[in-house]
Design a protein around this ligand. Sequence first.
Ligand SMILES: Cc1cc2nc3c(=O)[nH]c(=O)nc-3n(C[C@H](O)[C@H](O)[C@H](O)COP(=O)(O)OP(=O)(O)OC[C@H]3O[C@@H](n4cnc5c(N)ncnc54)[C@H](O)[C@@H]3O)c2cc1C
Length: 273
Amino acid sequence: MLDVRSCTTLSEAAGILSGDRQAVLIGGGTLVMRDVNEGRLTEGTLLRVTDPAFRRIEAGGGRIELGAGVTMGMILANRELAFLHPAARAIGGPAVRNMASVGGNLFAPAPYGDFTVALLALDAQVVLQAGFGSGRATPLEEFLAARERSGSALVTSVQFSRPANPGDFHFRKISRVKPKGISVLSIAAHLPLAGGRVAQARVAYGAMAPTPIRARGVERALEGKSLDAAAIAAAKTGALEGCRPATDAIASEWYRREVLPVHLGRLLAGEPR
Ligand SMILES: Cc1cc2nc3c(=O)[nH]c(=O)nc-3n(C[C@H](O)[C@H](O)[C@H](O)COP(=O)(O)OP(=O)(O)OC[C@H]3O[C@@H](n4cnc5c(N)ncnc54)[C@H](O)[C@@H]3O)c2cc1C
């Protein structure tokens, strides 16, 4: 049997999650409720969090914090987060976006997780709370590597720095069905320029591995270079480093490997997809 329990504070929810292996947090529930409706989740406690901090957006300054319960719809309604709108708009259709949370997206299995790809390119930190203690910030890349083992912790928020120039941040989702199709792949890139050269590039992919990953071969190829044809060609050569895409109902592994460098090259050259 399934119980539903509402928690008025984040620490109450974190305490229950860490003490009860059968407790499952519901963010927006777009994935959890599918498991319930399709009979994969039949036992335990579903936890709702009503603490306002869970859905708080702090985006007024250089450092941004999004409560884990913030939805894609809330991001799209916030002008200070305009640079993230292409990533938030890439998640499902309007009904899904009104429920789908930032925290839930961190756990969404590939080929889902498009918003997390954007967060990875922004060098985000994940704030986790286990038990009744206070939160601890972990780099998103580390969190994703250990995601399957972090089952009992509550993600309370994500934090990242606002790009100094929003035009340096790019996001693309490649899907066969427009506008609501699931990703063949997604790419996010933060490419700050110093004196016309890329400085501290961060590039991330979705659906190219079991979790979103950094494109380290691309980052290395671009570092210190101007974004000209030679640098883009070098980036495309290193594009598949670390990739382990799956074959699924959306695309084959072969297809994902074939099209990734093409779309990466277009993104870097500022061409339409
Ligand atoms: C029709 C449809 C289309 C979709 N399209 C896309 C798409 O285009 N791109 C995409 O990326 N995703 C897509 N999704 C998947 C999903 O909607 C999103 O990934 C969404 O962001 C998941 O968030 P949620 O709040 O609904 O997660 P939930 O279903 O609430 O939770 C998912 C998992 O994360 C855990 N969890 C959630 N929040 C926390 C937290 N704060 N701390 C600890 N654990 C937590 C839950 O316990 C659960 O295991 C789609 C889903 C559907 C049904």
